[in-house]
Write a protein that binds this ligand. Structure first.
Ligand code: PMP
Length: 393
C-alpha cells in the first residue's frame, strides 16, 4: 500500500526510483517490507559511515529528544549539543579552523561558503571544475560542472569559470579578481577521481598568492570515509573554508562550513544577520553528530577504511574491469561499458547488495560501505561483485 502511495504523493526525481520499502535499518543492512535484507554497500550515499542506527548515536538522540528540540533560530541561544560538537570537531582540525557555521545539508554548506568568500574578498569571480558536483540549489548548481544539469536553470550565478580537473589550466584563471576556488579534493559524483597531490598543492599556492579563498567541498569525502577525518589530510593542503555534511550527523541531517574567525567576522556586519538559518545546527542533529564524531575518533575506523581500500583493490581485478580508483572506502570501480555496469549493479541487487553508479558517470560502480562492516561481510560482498562481473564481462 505504501508502495503505491509513494508514486502518487511523493514528488519523483526520476521514472526509475529503486523503490525499496524500508522497514528497518541496522548496521550494514537495510530490511524491506517484503522480508528481504540488503547489504548497504553505498552507506545511503556516503552517509552511514558508522552503519545505520549506531547505538551511540541512537542513545544521544534519545537523550537530546528528552531535553529539547528546536528552540530558536541559529546563532542566538547557547545550545549545548552545538557547542560540544563544534568544539570537538575544531579541536581535531588544523588550527586555522577556529569556528564552524552549522547548516542542514551539503548544498547549504556550499551556499554559505560561496557567500562568505564573496563577502570576505569583496570579489565575485568563482572558479570551479568540470564534472564537479556541489548540490542542487542555485548557488551550488552554479559551480557544478555538468551542463545537462545546469542548462535547464540558466541563467545561474555570473562570473563562474570552469577548469579541467587535475589540469594546469586552472592556474591562469586564478587572479586578483577571484573570490574563491571551490572544489572536491576527490571528485565524487564525477566518478571518484582523486586530485593529484602536486597539482592540489599548486592550486593552494596560487590561491594564497592571489588572496583568493580555497574552498574544499568534503561533503562526500569527509568524516573518515577516505581513511582520515578529511581527505585534505592526505594532501598536506589546508583549505580556507571546509564544507561538510552527509556522514557528519551519523544519519541525521546536518552540514557545516568551517573557517577562521577573521573570515567569519564578515558575516556579522554590513548588515548584521546577513546569513541566517532557522534550523541550521538543529540540537538533535548536533547531539547525533557529537556522538558520531566521538565514536569515529575512538574506534579504529580510519584503519578500517584503508583496509577496505586494500582488500577491494587487490580483489577486484580481471576481465571487464578498467580501473579501481579512490581512497579508503570512497571507491569507484570503472567497468568496460554502461551495459556491463548496469548488469552488475542489478545482479548484485538481486543477490542482496546495494550498489549504484555516480551522477556524472554510468560506467562506474560506486563502492562506499559503512566502516563498521565485518571482515566476513566485506569478503562476501567483494566476492559477489567479482562473481557478477565475471558472469557478464
Ligand atoms: N557536494 C558533494 C561533493 C556531494 O557529494 C553532495 C551530495 N551528493 C553535495 C555537495 C550536496 O549535498 P546535499 O545533498 O546534502 O545537499
Amino acid at each position: 500500500m505504501n508502495h503505491l502511495f509513494f508514486k502518487q504523493y511523493i514528488a519523483q526525481t526520476s521514472d526509475f526510483p529503486i523503490g525499496l520499502e524500508i522497514t528497518q535499518a541496522e548496521g550494514v543492512f537495510v530490511y524491506t517490507a517484503d522480508q528481504k535484507k540488503y547489504m548497504d554497500f553505498i552507506s545511503g550515499i556516503a552517509v552511514s559511515s558508522l552503519g545505520h542506527r549506531h547505538p551511540k548515536v541512537v542513545e544521544a538522540l534519545h537523550q537530546q529528544i528528552d531535553k529539547h528540540l528546536h528552540v530558536m533560530v541559529y546563532g542566538e541561544f547557547v545550545q549545548k549539543p552545538q557547542v560540544e560538537f563544534a568544539k570537538l570537531l575544531l579541536e581535531n582540525l588544523p588550527v586555522q579552523f577556529e569556528q564552524i557555521y552549522l547548516v542542514n545539508s551539503g548544498t547549504e554548506a556550499n551556499e554559505g561558503a560561496l557567500k562568505l568568500a564573496k563577502k570576505f574578498t569583496g570579489r565575485t569571480k568563482l572558479i570551479a571544475f568540470k564534472n564537479s558536483y556541489h548540490g542542487d540549489t542555485h548557488g551550488s548548481l552554479s559551480v557544478t560542472g555538468r551542463d545537462i544539469y545546469r542548462d535547464p536553470y540558466l541563467p545561474l550565478l555570473p562570473n563562474v569559470h570552469f577548469a579541467e580537473f587535475n589540469s594546469d589550466e586552472v592556474f591562469d584563471l586564478i587572479d586578483h579578481e577571484t573570490a574563491a576556488v571551490i572544489m572536491e579534493p576527490i571528485q565524487g559524483e564525477g566518478g571518484v577521481i582523486p586530485s593529484k597531490k602536486d597539482w592540489l598543492q599548486h592550486v593552494r599556492e596560487k590561491c594564497s598568492e592571489m588572496s583568493a579563498l580555497l574552498i574544499f567541498d568534503e561533503i562526500q569525502s569527509g568524516f573518515g570515509r577516505t581513511g582520515k577525518l578529511f581527505a585534505f589530510e592526505h594532501y598536506d593542503v589546508i583549505p580556507d573554508v571546509l564544507c561538510t555534511a552527509k556522514a557528519m550527523g551519523g544519519g541525521m541531517p546536518i552540514g557545516g562550513f568551517a573557517s577562521s574567525k577573521q573570515i567569519f567576522q564578515t558575516f556579522k556586519y554590513d548588515p548584521p544577520l546577513n546569513h541566517v538559518t532557522t534550523f541550521g545546527g538543529h540540537p538533535v542533529s548536533c547531539a547525533a553528530a557529537h556522538a558520531n564524531l566521538k565514536e569515529l575518533l575512538r574506534g579504529d575506523y580510519f584503519e578500517k577504511a584503508l583496509e577496505i581500500e586494500r582488500k577491494a583493490k587487490s580483489k577486484l581485478k580481471g576481465k571487464g574491469i578498467v580501473e579501481m580508483r579512490g581512497m579508503g572506502a570512497m571507491l569507484g570501480l570503472e567497468l568496460e561499458s554502461k551495459e556491463l555496469t548496469e548488469k552488475v549493479v542489478m545482479d548484485c541487487f538481486d543477490k542482496g547488495i546495494l550498489l549504484g553508479w555516480t551522477l556524472h558517470s554510468n560506467t562506474l560502480v560506486r563502492l562506499a560501505p559503512p566502516l563498521v562492516i565485518s571482515d566476513g561481510d566485506l569478503e562476501w560482498a567483494l566476492q559477489t561483485i567479482l562473481g557478477s562481473i565475471k558472469k557478464f564481462a
